[in-house]
Design a protein. Structure first.
Lengths: 249, 212
């Protein structure tokens, strides 16, 4: 299957923010306008995560999901505080291809089972936030708390419960433009047989190639397209030049 | 005049499908959601069965909403039916995903779990090409090298050759990525999520639906 490049857009309500190490937030525009721009650039998929939702005891805005569906003709996933089958249903009905579960998946693994049983495993992505790397624990609440569960155990647990993909997030690398955590990607790819979306640190197409060689099936990208000159097409061209199969638009 | 009914199963993502088709319909055409068989217009001439969910949840929803007999009768009357993703799978007799569940049976055959591969992971998620088989007719968008978006763990691994419109490879195996018979049309991928080429295909689907 071809490698996917997935810009990950962090939202706070209806606004897009850029997180560095999950803590410093820089506002970069409305989520809808950012979606539109990416939609016009032939990206492979988009991912929208409301990382403030859980803290505010909210969930990703359904109005926002409607707006994304209205401007996009490529697949998009949404996440942020999703904690019930019913809320997942609402997101999917409105046009999201998949829901991303974070804290809920770790604290309530049965939810992964229930959502995947109802909608299929392909509708579920579980985000695993690594405190440090694969050897450490998984974080919850947008990186604010240690879950007490190792990354390895968390990946195994959600895979068994029916997750379709793993979004492996490196808090340490997030927003730093220093490259992905390759060792962790490699380890993660070895403990589960579902696709791995690597996330955190991508600064160049070269970083993408490294992540693919380490075992990633898809590349979550944040700062790269917002703060450098690279585009999804130029990255696909680069990878294709190295023999990596990418989407043919 | 096209009178399109998108069957609302409660588990499928409807907005995207409706929008994708609405963009290319004429003002004189009609397109709406129907939550049960009674809501479908008597003048409906294109039924869309979008897909999201599992074989069991899909068939349960069809049953609860009185869609099963409706679809079978519509097929008998040769009303055009479009299935997308799970919607394609539901047209078959059965699926490995839900062994005790019977499908609509509009197409002979069985849906299987994608065979394990060394180079591929399941679910099969992402963009891939389709290899057309036989006479494409209107569906020229399937002829080029543009990729369509797939997201599934099950597929038809073999179907009646006469109905196979395209196949797609999965590791060393091949599955049926689209089907066409007299009044049935179905795609394992999502035309409404496949960017520009997907839109092109939707225009072709609409043309097909307008034909007598």
């Amino acid at each position: 299957m071809k490698i996917r490049i997935i810009p990950t857009i962090l939202t706070d309500g209806l606004t897009v923010v850029k997180g560095e190490n999950f803590i410093n937030w820089r506002t970069v525009g409305t989520a809808e306008s950012v979606a539109r721009v990416y939609g016009n650039r032939d990206v492979d998929e988009l991912m929208f995560l409301d990382t403030k939702a859980r803290k505010n005891e909210e969930r990703i805005s359904l109005e926002l999901v409607d707006r994304f569906a209205a401007v996009l003709n490529i697949p998009f996933s949404v996440g942020g505080g999703i904690d019930s089958v019913e809320y997942a249903r609402q997101c999917l009905r409105r046009g999201a291809e998949k829901v991303v579960l974070g804290t809920s998946a770790i604290q309530n693994p049965l939810l992964v089972y229930e959502i995947s049983k109802e909608f299929g495993t392909q509708a579920v992505v579980v985000a695993i936030d690594m405190a440090s790397n694969f050897d450490g624990n998984a974080l919850v609440s947008s990186g604010a708390q240690d879950s007490g569960i190792s990354v390895k155990e968390a990946i195994r647990m959600v895979t068994e419960n029916g997750s379709g993909e793993i979004l492996l997030q490196s808090k340490a690398k997030d927003g730093t433009l220093q490259g992905y955590d390759l060792r962790s990607i490699s380890k993660a790819a070895g403990v589960t047989d579902i696709p791995i979306i690597a996330s955190g640190g991508c600064s160049s197409p070269e970083n993408m190639h490294e992540a693919i060689s380490a075992g990633a099936h898809a590349l979550g990208v944040g700062a790269l397209f917002q703060f450098t000159h690279h585009t999804p097409s130029s990255c696909r061209d680069y990878l294709r030049g190295l023999g990596v199969p990418t989407r043919q638009v | 005049m096209l009178n399109v009914s998108i069957l609302d199963l409660g588990v499928n993502n409807l907005n995207s499908v409706k929008r994708a088709f609405s963009e290319h319909l004429l003002e004189t055409d009609v397109i709406r959601f129907s939550a049960n068989a009674e809501e479908v217009s008597k003048d409906c001439n294109l039924i869309i069965l979008p897909g999201l969910g599992t074989f069991e949840s899909g068939m349960n929803a069809l049953y609860e909403r009185n869609f099963i007999d409706f679809i079978r009768e519509s097929n008998y009357k040769k009303i055009k039916i479009l299935g997308i993703c799970l919607g394609m799978q539901l047209l078959f007799r059965s699926s490995e995903e839900s062994p005790t569940q019977v499908g609509l049976g509009l197409l002979e055959g069985h849906v299987s779990k994608l065979p394990k591969q060394t180079t591929e992971r399941i679910p099969n998620v992402g963009w891939n090409s389709v290899c057309y088989r036989g006479d494409l007719g209107k569906f020229k968008s399937l002829q080029g090298s543009s990729d369509f978006y797939f997201v599934h763990s099950y597929a038809s691994l073999e179907a009646d050759k006469n109905f196979v419109l395209s196949t797609t490879s999965f590791g060393t195996d091949v599955f049926v990525s689209s089907i066409k018979s007299e009044n049935l049309l179905a795609f394992q991928f999502h035309p409404e999520k496949s960017g520009k080429i997907g839109r092109k295909l939707i225009v072709e689907i609409i043309e097909w639906a307008r034909e007598d």
